[in-house]
Design a protein around this ligand. Structure first.
Ligand SMILES: *Cc1c(COP(=O)(O)O)cnc(C)c1O
Length: 394
């Protein structure tokens, strides 16, 4: 969450005054409907719909692709736990692979981990940083795999001119309160694939909309048993206002990031390389050090709004307790780790299986960019970074 104000309050008040909360209620203010339309235009994709969370978006998209028991899905070792849990939620097995210096999934690690069971790759655009989509799409094409972009942290970012989320077969966005735009909680599925859209939409609401809004009329796909991830008009109303703020947020994140990077470029600090500096959303500046000791010393000196990536808790595979300990379900028959179809798949999880990632995260310090810094606040940060670099780097 970056920006929020009276306009959101007014938009939500309008929903409450209307007393029509469901996207299926006749006479509602069509907030969800209009947000979906505006997102399709903004992102440049044929289909988009909003649901309860980013994880619900990942689960719905994987379900729509037909992924399930007996399938492996490749995920990066540096991502929020939700990416990997979504794979397990559809009964498949996440294969965890290293990230490279860009802090996004390493295409070489993808290739090295493809097996006869692999069905999909989930590149994750962490903190607004684009994954290497050209290489990933080439690999996917060669091996006939689906690509599901986890763009939960990258709403508004792009890769070579295309909005993140729209390059693979489908993309997932999150609108929880830590993300670029927010409705408190929320998510979205984006795709240009009619079958994936229809299946994901049915899955997200296999009981409700069919009766209320007739939104599935014209679907080629038949209803099947799914779940209930529908959002209310309140979510749509808030997100319509937030979407109007997105261009400004991204522009100011990028401008602040560029100004700080320009100001510290001669200090000897090394920036992590980017797969597309123009498309990067500007949420953070990642700085990579030669060793852990220097990284920690720099963090200590450099002041607030900083962290080291090894502190990122459940964004690091070795802290994914439920997965590392293979606690897949309450009922063992529902447990993907125990399912007969999954025996023989790649689930030999160990804390050091992606040592390259662990090492990289321990040497990478990040600065969180604030799009609303005043010139003085930004200059103070620059001065702190310069002083810390002068002290720590020799
Ligand atoms: C936030 C996030 C999710 C999940 O989003 P929710 O809306 O919290 O379910 C998934 N993947 C990544 C990379 C995220 O940052």
């Amino acid at each position: 969450m970056y920006r929020l104000g009276e306009e959101e309050i007014e938009a939500i008040a309008e929903v409450i005054r209307s007393q029509k909360f469901s996207r299926g209620n006749k006479g509602n203010i069509r907030a969800v409907y209009n947000f979906e339309k505006e997102m399709r235009e903004y992102m440049g994709a044929d289909y988009f719909f909003v649901l309860t969370s980013g994880k619900a978006a990942l689960i719905s998209a994987l379900t729509a692709m037909g992924i399930g028991p007996g399938d492996e899905v490749i995920v990066p070792a540096y991502t929020y736990i939700a990416t990997a849990v979504a794979v397990l939620a559809v009964g498949a097995i996440p294969v965890i692979v290293d990230v490279d210096e860009t802090l996004t999934i390493d295409p070489k690690a993808i290739e090295a981990n493809i097996s006869k069971y692999t069905k999909a790759i989930i590149p994750v655009h962490m903190q607004g940083m684009p994954s290497n989509m050209d290489a990933i799409m080439d690999i996917a094409k060669k091996h006939n795999l689906y690509v599901l972009e986890d763009a939960c942290q990258a709403v508004g970012a792009s890769y070579k001119g295309k909005m993140l989320g729209t390059i693979g077969d489908a993309g997932a966005y999150s609108f929880n309160s830590f993300k670029n735009i927010t409705a408190g909680e929320g998510g979205g599925v984006i795709t240009n694939n009619t079958t994936i859209y229809e299946n994901a939409f049915i899955y997200h609401d296999s009981s409700g909309i069919a009766w209320l809004g007739n939104e599935m009329e014209g679907f080629d796909n038949k209803l099947f048993v799914g779940t209930e991830y529908r959002v209310s008009e309140i979510t749509g109303a808030m997100l319509r206002v937030q979407l109007k703020r997105l261009d400004g947020i991204v522009a100011d994140l990028r401008e602040n990031k560029k100004k700080v990077m320009d100001a510290i470029k001669d200090t000897g600090l090394k920036f992590a390389p980017s797969n597309d500096p123009e498309g990067d959303c500007g949420n953070i500046i990642p700085m990579t050090f030669d060793d852990v000791e220097t990284a920690q010393a720099f963090l200590k000196e450099a002041g607030d709004q900083m962290d080291i990536l090894s502190n990122m808790g459940r964004h690091i595979y070795s802290n994914w307790e439920s997965i590392m300990l293979k606690r897949g379900a309450v009922n063992p028959k529902n447990d993907p780790f125990l399912r007969p179809e999954n025996q023989g798949l790649n689930m030999n999880y160990t804390p050091d299986m992606c040592q390259k990632t662990i090492d990289l995260l321990a040497r990478t310090v990040i600065l969180f960019i604030n799009p609303d810094w005043t010139d003085d606040e930004r200059q103070k940060k620059i001065d702190e970074l310069k002083a810390a670099a002068a002290k720590v780097l020799k």
